[in-house]
Design a protein around this ligand. Structure first.
Ligand code: NAG
Ligand code: NAG
Ligand code: ZN
Length: 533
C-alpha cells in the first residue's frame, strides 16, 4: 500500500495526466517512505491508477473531500467546512472523469516529463550490476562508498514547471509544504540504488559520507535548450567561468529559478513540461578516492640531483629528481593517479641534505589503496631506500591533510645547520679561525641573489647566522659549519654576491672567499614525528 492520503488524489491525477512517472508522482506527493520508491515502478503505477479510480467509484462521498480549485494559494491549513460547500460537485466530478480516462488511455510506457527516465529504466538492478562491475574492475580498497549523482541542469527547469503545475494542490495538503518538501530526484535515485548496489558488492554499505565515491552522471542533449530562456530573464546568473564548458550549470539554473517570477516562467516555458523523445544517457561511472597524505624526511646524497624535475624550454635537464625518486615507489604502492609534493624548504641541485633529512609531504591523488600497516610502511621505505643510492627516506607515515600544514608553520623561525667547504685567497691564520668561531647572532642583509632574480622579486631580507665553527683542511680550505635562521642564502654569505649580501665572509676575513661544496646538516622542523625503528 502506498502511503497516500485522500488529499493526494488531485496531485496524483494531475501528474499522471501530465506524463510524470509513478516515482515522480510519489516525489511530488512528498512521500518519504523509501520502500515506496523501491517497489517496481509498474506496480506503483498500477496502485496509483487504482487509487484515482477509487475516487471515481466513491464520487458521492468523495466530493466533500475534494478541495475547491479556487482556494487561495497561500491557504495551507485545513479549509473550514463552509468553503467546501462552494464546490460545484458536477463540474469537479466531470473534470476528474476526463483526467482518469486520459490516465487509463495512456498505456504506452513513455519517458517521464520530469526525471527524463532517470527514475524509470535508468535505476534498477541492471544499473546496480553495471555499477558494481565498474567498481570491482578498478580494484579499489574500500569499506563503504558514497553514491554521487549528477543530473542534467534542465531537470531543475522541468521540476520547477511541474511544481507550478501542482503547487496549489500540494499546498492544499494541509501542512506547510513548499517546493523544498518535494523529494529530490537524486534522493529517490539513491534510495532505490543503495540497497541494490550493496547487494552487488557483497555487503559494502552505501553511506552518505565516505572517502570513496562512485559517481553516476546523466545527460540529455535533446532538452539542453530547456534552460536557455533563463539566460534572457536573468543574465547575471549565467556568467562564463573558466573551467565550465557551458554557462548552464545546475547551480546557475537553480539561482535563476529562485529569481524568476512564476508569471515570467510560465510565459516562457510549458507547464507541465513537454514530453521528451527519449531517456537520459548515462555517462561512464566515475570512481574517486579522496587523497591520502604521506610524510617523511629525505636525505639527498648526490650533487647533481634537483629537487623537482628540471625543465628548461620544455627540455629536461637532469634525468631524475628527489620528488620523482621518492614518488615512484609510493605511487605504485598506493596505486595513485598522481601526486603533489611539498617540503620544508628546498636545496639547490648541487647541495646534499644529510643528517636527519628534510621533512616532506605528498598528496596522493585518487589512491586505489589507502591502508598500510606499520610493517608495510617500513617495507615501502625500504623499497625507496633500495631504489637509488642518491636518496634515502625515513619516518615515512600517513598523515592528515591538516597535519601537513604543520610543516609550513613557522618555517621562517626554524633553524637550519649547514657545512660549507670554503676556499680563501690568502692563507688562513689561527686568529681568523677564532674570530669566526666567536661570532654569534650575526644579522645579514641579503638582496635577492642574482642567481634567483629571474624568478623572485628584488628585495632585501634580513637573516641571522646564530653561530659558526671552522674545521681547518689546509691553508686555503676549511669547512665552515653554520647554524642559521631558515631561508639564509649560504652561498651568497660566503662569496658575497658582488656585495649584495652584507656582511659576508670576504669582508669578515678581508680576502676573496668562495664556496666549493654545501651540505644541509639538519632542518630543525619537528614534523613529521619520528618513527621509532
Ligand atoms: C597541489 O598542492 C597545491 C598547494 O597545496 C594546491 O594548490 C594544488 O591544487 C594541488 N594540486 C593538486 C593536483 O591537487
Ligand atoms: C632508509 O634509510 C634511512 C636513512 O639512511 C634510514 O634511517 C632508514 O632506517 C632506512 N629505512 C629502511 C626501512 O631501510
Ligand atoms: Zn519521473
Amino acid at each position: 500500500m502506498l502511503p497516500l492520503k485522500e488529499k493526494d488524489k488531485p496531485i496524483v491525477e494531475k501528474l499522471l495526466t501530465a506524463g510524470c512517472c509513478a516515482r515522480c508522482v510519489l516525489r511530488f506527493c512528498c512521500v518519504s517512505v523509501q520502500a515506496a520508491y523501491r517497489q517496481a515502478q509498474h506496480e506503483t503505477l498500477k496502485e496509483l491508477q487504482t487509487f484515482i479510480m477509487e475516487k471515481e467509484n466513491n464520487k458521492v462521498q468523495d466530493s466533500a473531500d475534494i478541495k475547491p480549485h479556487d482556494t487561495e494559494l497561500s491557504q495551507t491549513v485545513e479549509d473550514p467546512p463552509c468553503k467546501r460547500a462552494k464546490l460545484d460537485p458536477i463540474e469537479a466530478v466531470q473534470s476528474e472523469t476526463d483526467a482518469a480516462a486520459m490516465v487509463t488511455l495512456k498505456k504506452e510506457p513513455s519517458v517521464c516529463v520530469v526525471c527524463l527516465g532517470i527514475l524509470q529504466d535508468l535505476c534498477g538492478p541492471d544499473q546496480a550490476v553495471k555499477m558494481a562491475e565498474t567498481v570491482k574492475a578498478q580494484n579499489y580498497e574500500f569499506d563503504t562508498l558514497v553514491l554521487s549523482v549528477s543530473l542534467p541542469a534542465q531537470l531543475c527547469v522541468r521540476e520547477h514547471s511541474c511544481w507550478l503545475h501542482v503547487k496549489k494542490e500540494v499546498r492544499q495538503k494541509g501542512l506547510v509544504l513548499d517546493k523544498d518538501d518535494v523529494i529530490q530526484v537524486k534522493e529517490a535515485f539513491k534510495w532505490i540504488m543503495q540497497g541494490l548496489v550493496t547487494r552487488q558488492l557483497e555487503g559494502v554499505a552505501v553511506v552518505s559520507k565516505s572517502p570513496f565515491e562512485v559517481g553516476v552522471e546523466f545527460t540529455h542533449p535533446d532538452t539542453e535548450s530547456d534552460c536557455h530562456f533563463l539566460a534572457k530573464c536573468c543574465p547575471d546568473c549565467f556568467r562564463p567561468t573558466k573551467n565550465k564548458q557551458s554557462v548552464f550549470t545546475r547551480m546557475a539554473v537553480v539561482k535563476a529559478l529562485e529569481k524568476i517570477s512564476d508569471g515570467k516562467f510560465l510565459e516562457h516555458y510549458p507547464c507541465p513540461p513537454s514530453e521528451p523523445s527519449g531517456s537520459c544517457t548515462p555517462q561512464d561511472i566515475q570512481c574517486l578516492h579522496v587523497s591520502v597524505f604521506i610524510a617523511g624526511r629525505y636525505n639527498k646524497f648526490c650533487r647533481s640531483l634537483p629537487q623537482t624535475p628540471w625543465v628548461i624550454d620544455g627540455e629536461r635537464r637532469m634525468e631524475s629528481s628527489v620528488e620523482e625518486l621518492i614518488a615512484a615507489p609510493i605511487l605504485s604502492a598506493f596505486r595513485a593517479d598522481g601526486f603533489n609534493f611539498s617540503s620544508s624548504g628546498r636545496e639547490d641541485v648541487d647541495v646534499r641534505t644529510l643528517g636527519n633529512g628534510r621533512p616532506f609531504a605528498m598528496e596522493l591523488l585518487n589512491p586505489h589503496r589507502s591502508r598500510f600497516s606499520k610493517v608495510e610502511m617500513k617495507q615501502l621505505q625500504e623499497t625507496i631506500n633500495k631504489s637509488s643510492d642518491k636518496i634515502r627516506v625515513r619516518d615515512l607515515q600517513i598523515v592528515t591533510r591538516e597535519a601537513m600544514s604543520r610543516m609550513k608553520e613557522g618555517e621562517e623561525e626554524k633553524t637550519k645547520s649547514y657545512t660549507a667547504l670554503v676556499w680563501t685567497q690568502k692563507s688562513i691564520e689561527n686568529e681568523d679561525i677564532s674570530f669566526i668561531n666567536d661570532i654569534k647572532d650575526l644579522t645579514l642583509d641579503q638582496k635577492t641573489p642574482l642567481r634567483v632574480l629571474h624568478r623572485r622579486a628584488l628585495a632585501i631580507r634580513q637573516r641571522v647566522i646564530h653561530s659558526m665553527n671552522v674545521r681547518f683542511v689546509d691553508s686555503h680550505h676549511f669547512y665552515l659549519g653554520l647554524k642559521t635562521q631558515a631561508g639564509t642564502y649560504i652561498k651568497e654569505f660566503v662569496h658575497g654576491d658582488f656585495g649584495r649580501t652584507k656582511p659576508n665572509l670576504c669582508q669578515l676575513l678581508k680576502t676573496d672567499t668562495d664556496i666549493l661544496e654545501l651540505d644541509v646538516e639538519s632542518v630543525d622542523v619537528d614534523w613529521p614525528p619520528p618513527i621509532p625503528e
